[in-house]
Design a protein around this ligand. Structure first.
Ligand code: ZN
Length: 360
């Protein structure tokens, strides 16, 4: 059931979703509670994407969660924040180290020199090491430039990865992915990476006037440094890429599918009425996160059993069966199928196998 074709997902290599584009900006500001807004990206889900940001406006200041893929997109969102409040940004929280969540940090550092940047201690470690390597890979000819070329060629030839002509959704997503990648290449080679100034291991609570903001590490999943921002009084969970809709992006080796399901169960145990994913619309019920948890549970169990039988990764790719779950994630969409095949069956199974065999 594994894809035989070469994977075009750039993030495959560095495992995570990226960025955006837009004239006024491809996002909409959605109010979630008094003073709490999500800048919800409106690019369609593709092989590369930009990430949601959240703005928490407190009595005297603002806390920002995640800063998008490029300084330009962060500037667009900051301009939108400025229409809501003139209070200064005091803290920026990065849910993890992937470029689509941190490359706008520099905009906030320059606009608010007193701001602190909060992340997990592993994020602080990875950003200048693995993160730097990933960024260099993205900017190399085989990274985004090659990705852009391949997608343009597919558009020109009107050729679906599944054979035959492109459908309407594929065409729109290719165009969007190209814009995102081009913007990355235009802005990021000269952009400064701002490291966390405050780190946490398990939890940290900010009290900003009457607002309580819990920052929690619940376990490994999308990376080994994912943090969740919980507003207990408002019942809001900001999940970063522990939750990605409509298909999770799994990276190899940075994701840990074997732990991800349990981490999501802990996330669901937090008091909440809504969940803000790293990518996708705000979720008002738990069904999608439960589906993700089921997927990772099934991967963990099947891969562990295969590893115990002594199977190689290539054998695992044939013996693991996620067909039923895949149908629930992708429906009739070829684009979603492509994402699922690349990230879940491709990188995801490799990461799950690496973890399963490392534990033996
Ligand atoms: Zn990510």
């Amino acid at each position: 059931m594994f894809l035989a074709r070469p994977c075009l997902c750039l993030l495959f290599a560095f495992a995570a979703p990226l960025a955006a584009f837009g004239q006024a900006g491809n996002f909409e500001m959605v109010k979630l509670a008094e003073g709490v807004y999500v800048a919800r990206r409106t690019e369609p889900p593709g092989l590369t994407v930009n990430a949601n940001s959240v703005f928490i406006v407190n009595d005297n200041d603002v806390v920002v969660v995640d800063t998008t893929l490029t300084p330009g997109t962060a500037k667009e969102e900051l301009a939108a924040l400025r229409k809501l409040t003139d209070k200064p940004v005091r803290y920026v929280i990065n849910t993890h180290w992937h470029d689509d969540h941190i490359m706008g940090n520099v905009v906030y550092r320059d606009a608010f020199p007193g701001a602190d940047f909060i992340a997990h201690e592993n994020t602080r470690e990875y950003l200048p090491t693995t993160g730097l390597k990933n960024r260099q890979m993205a900017m190399s000819p085989g990274g985004y430039p090659g990705f852009i070329g391949a997608l343009k060629q597919r558009l020109e030839k009107n050729e679906s990865v599944f054979g035959g002509p492109l459908d309407e959704e594929e065409r729109a997503v290719l165009a969007s992915d190209i814009k995102i990648a081009e913007r990355y290449m235009a802005e990021n080679p000269s952009a400064a990476v701002v490291l966390p100034t405050v780190t946490l291991r398990d939890r940290l609570t900010l009290y900003r006037g009457s607002r309580r903001i819990d920052i929690l590490y619940l376990g490994r999943g999308h990376t080994s440094g994912d943090i969740v921002v919980h507003l207990p009084d408002e019942g809001i969970v900001i999940a970063g890429d522990l939750v990605i809709h409509p298909v999770p992006y799994v990276g190899n080796p940075q994701s840990h599918p074997g732990d991800w399901g349990e981490t999501l169960e802990k996330l669901l145990a937090l008091k909440h009425t809504m969940i803000v994913p790293g990518h996708g619309p705000v979720l008002r019920d738990d069904s999608y996160v439960q589906l993700m948890s089921r997927l990772f549970g099934s991967m963990k169990q099947q891969v562990a059993a295969a590893a115990a039988r002594g199977e190689t990764l290539e054998q695992v790719r044939k013996s693991v069966n996620l067909d039923e779950l895949r149908k629930l994630f992708v429906g009739d969409s070829r684009v979603r199928r492509d994402i699922f095949d690349s990230y879940v069956l491709g990188a995801g199974l490799a990461a799950a196998y690496a973890d399963a065999t490392a534990k033996q």
